[in-house]
Design a binder for this molecule. Sequence first.
Ligand code: FO1
Length: 312
Amino acid sequence: MRIVSLAGGIGGARFLRGLKAAAPGSDITVIGNTGDDITLFGLRVCPDLDTVMYTLGGGIDEEQGWGRSGESHVVKEELAAYGVEPQWFGLGDRDFATHIVRSQMLAAGYPLSQVTEALCDRWQPGVRLLPMSDDRTETHVVISDENGRRAVHFQEWWVRLRASLPAEQIGLVGAEDATPAPGVLEAIGEADLVILPPSNPVVSIGTILQIPGIRAALEDKTVVGVSPIIGGAPVRGMADACLTAIGVETSAQAVLELYGSRLIDGWLVAEEDKGVALDGVTVEARPLLMDSPEATRDIAAAALSLAHTLHA
Ligand code: FO1
């Protein structure tokens, strides 16, 4: 069975581990968010691609959900000793190697999709990981503080500010000129089923849907999404701050309406949200807490089962 999944962030990567367990032997293509990507110290960092690669490849810092296991931070300390900025983004020594290899290949002219394939050759994530686009796009956030109103990179808002200042606008810079990476539209076209993990609907799934052509391709497929909001609150991360920034209520109903019934055929919600409904969408309620690998596998299996029912 050919499955396509759009993913970003820690929740998305953890869900994909469950999807692999729920569909052994299936051919899974992951379209990864690159709106979080940032250039630091001359190196290109791709947090959501790396989080999927490390999580599925066995190299993730499990407790943190991002970055490498068994990390040290000597290079970070040395950079700080030179006083170079930023010091608020925690790059570990092992993680630096990934960014050095990626930056070296990008500088040699390889597109991000080929760089990602080369990095995954080491990690063997067991899925085909494609960036949403080879073109550079970045999520920037408009904030206002004592220095006035300005746009900052998403990572600065997310990591340095911890979303403490309201995001007046969240936008994917470069989206309108970007094209899907090679293989993205083909994978969607050939997919039997498409699953949307409980990733951040604005800065992870939402950014992928902004790449011209991707949403339209998905609308032709059977798509089942897993609500990232349980009982009015995100399980982890700051999806609420992002949803508020775009004027959307933090609820399973509002996220379903944000995605829309042209895109979504099936929607998994937590039991406390079983009143969620939208014409043209089959809603199913079940426990949605990914609090163990087995629970995650069961959620993924439920999403696949609903997709099968709807695809028939
Ligand atoms: N998140 C943090 O909260 N603090 C960090 O210092 C941090 C560093 C970091 C380094 C590499 C990487 O791949 C991810 C990192 N993240 C960090 C997580 C990152 O901000 C988020 O995973 C995504 O960008 C949003 O899902």
